[in-house]
Write a protein that binds this ligand. Structure first.
Ligand SMILES: *Cc1c(COP(=O)(O)O)cnc(C)c1O
Length: 460
């Protein structure tokens, strides 16, 4: 007989299945199998509607950096809702939370970034950055300098603008790609090895990927190119960590040609690499930093674009209205929670703890998973990790994508009470920054078990 809790869980599944259209989900699949209903969460654990606790190795969607159930953030939201739940920033008006947050961000970010345009999401931030980058050149009499170069397999969000910047083919379905966006090679060592069927040096991969930028700029003509956009570490593409020679050379190329550099910090920002920003980790001084996710630890939707002095100076000097904005740009409750989240991060020294303790511990344990027969590469940096599941390690041979090995492994993970994500046959993690060493042990144990079970499934 079903327990009362199980039947409640079936009710939510049924209601959800009838009326909710899920993002990035096969509608037929979810109707047949039902969604996993998450009812509550505390720290780094989710509780589903059967009462089972699941270790969240993804921090929600790369965002719940400070963990679930923080009472301080909830209190700040309530207080701000009582005081001023909403007002806009269109009418030459502002409010204390947005002013405070802008100034805190200017303090935290690389020193050349001192202004922020607010949005409610990373996608909106990237739509904004397209307009800002193009405007920077247009007000200087160069409206034709409007091409943005991005990378294959990049993820910059899913609105039409941000989706166009992204470099994943399925994101370009629906015939909705905007013009004047170009894509070049990504610096992806393991994939390069798989394509060749043998090892190649990381330096060579870095060199080819930076050369691709030079070639594209030369092909288009520098008079056409506004900016280059990239995630410091590609997240949704599969936690792809660039070779050491990649970023210094990209930075040099952008400076050499005088094109704007956009570092999409939506995942890397707010401590994920063990530094406040991916740009700190790689010593970049980008012209724009789209931010979101960890800005509020996912407690409320807020994002933005941080803008460099060189860009703001031109925009100030030329004047004129920037015809762009969102009803919820700089929403007071979201901004107040982001302020409280950053204060919490500072007070608990979380970024230092990640850098000195948690990330090294995670990376050491994670690297051991490379010994598993299914794992072609176990890579990671900061609080990010990936496992490449392969058919034949020595030959760099991946599985046939029809086999759905990543999905098989992901299902085993969830059965083992571990929330880990699959991107094709790459298993990825992005745990909350507040994860303790004992939770990391549990994470790696469960991942190991799921790999064993995946191997068993494949053998039958
Ligand atoms: C998630 C993500 C986005 C999009 O953010 P949303 O809030 O989902 O719109 C943009 N860029 C990167 C690098 C991301 O990981």
């Amino acid at each position: 007989m079903a327990t009362a809790q199980q039947s409640a869980s079936n009710d939510w599944q049924a209601i959800n299945g009838q009326h909710h259209l899920h993002p990035f989900t096969d509608i037929k699949d979810i109707k047949e199998k039902g969604a996993l209903i998450i009812e509550s969460a505390k720290g780094v654990y989710l509780t589903d509607s059967d009462g089972d606790e699941i270790l969240d190795a993804m921090a929600g969607l790369w965002c719940v950096n400070m963990g679930y159930g923080n009472p301080e953030l909830a209190q700040v939201a309530q207080q701000q809702m009582n005081q001023l739940p909403y007002y806009n920033a269109f009418f030459k008006t502002a409010h204390p939370p947005v002013a405070k947050l802008s100034s805190m961000l200017a303090q935290l970010a690389p020193k050349n970034l001192n202004h922020t345009f607010f949005t409610s999401s990373g996608s909106e931030a990237n739509d904004t950055v397209i307009k800002l980058a193009r405007r920077y050149w247009a007000v200087q009499g160069k409206p034709q300098k409007n091409v943005i170069i991005s990378r294959t397999n990049a993820y910059h969000g899913s609105t039409i603008g941000a989706g166009s910047l992204g470099g994943m083919a399925p994101m370009h379905e629906h015939g909705t790609v905007i013009p004047d966006v170009e894509h070049i090679k990504q610096p992806y060592w393991f994939e390069a090895c798989c394509e060749l069927g043998k090892g190649i040096t990381v330096e060579e991969v870095g060199k080819q990927a930076t050369q691709a930028l030079v070639e594209r700029i030369e092909l288009l003509g520098v008079d056409r190119v506004a900016a280059f956009i990239a995630e410091p570490i590609q997240g949704a593409g599969g936690v792809i960590i660039p070779p050491d020679n990649y970023w210094p050379e990209i930075k040099r190329i952008c400076e050499h040609y005088g094109i704007l550099l956009i570092a999409d910090e939506v995942i890397c920002g707010f401590g994920r690499t063990g530094q406040w920003f991916g740009s700190d980790y790689y010593n970049l001084e980008p012209d724009f930093m789209p931010i979101a996710k960890g800005l509020s630890s996912g407690y409320l939707p807020i994002g933005g674009v941080m803008v460099s002095d060189r860009v703001t100076e031109v925009l100030l000097e030329k004047g004129g209205e920037f015809n762009h904005g969102y009803t919820y740009s700089g929403h007071p409750v979201c901004a107040a929670v982001a302020v409280a989240n950053i204060e919490l991060m500072q007070r608990t020294n979380i970024v230092e703890t990640v850098n000195d303790k948690t990330a090294p511990y995670l990376q050491k344990a994670w690297a051991k998973l490379a010994e598993h027969p299914l794992v072609g590469e176990a890579r990671g940096l900061g609080m990010l990790g990936a496992l490449e599941l392969v058919q034949d390690k020595a030959a760099f041979k991946r599985f046939d994508s029809d086999q759905g090995v990543g999905m098989i492994c992901r299902d085993h993970c969830i059965n083992e009470k571990l929330m880990m994500r699959a991107v094709g046959d790459i298993m990825i993690i992005s745990p909350p920054l507040v994860m303790q060493e004992s939770d990391i042990d549990t994470l790696v144990e469960r991942a190991h078990k799921a790999l064993d079970l995946t191997q068993k499934t494949l053998a039958t």
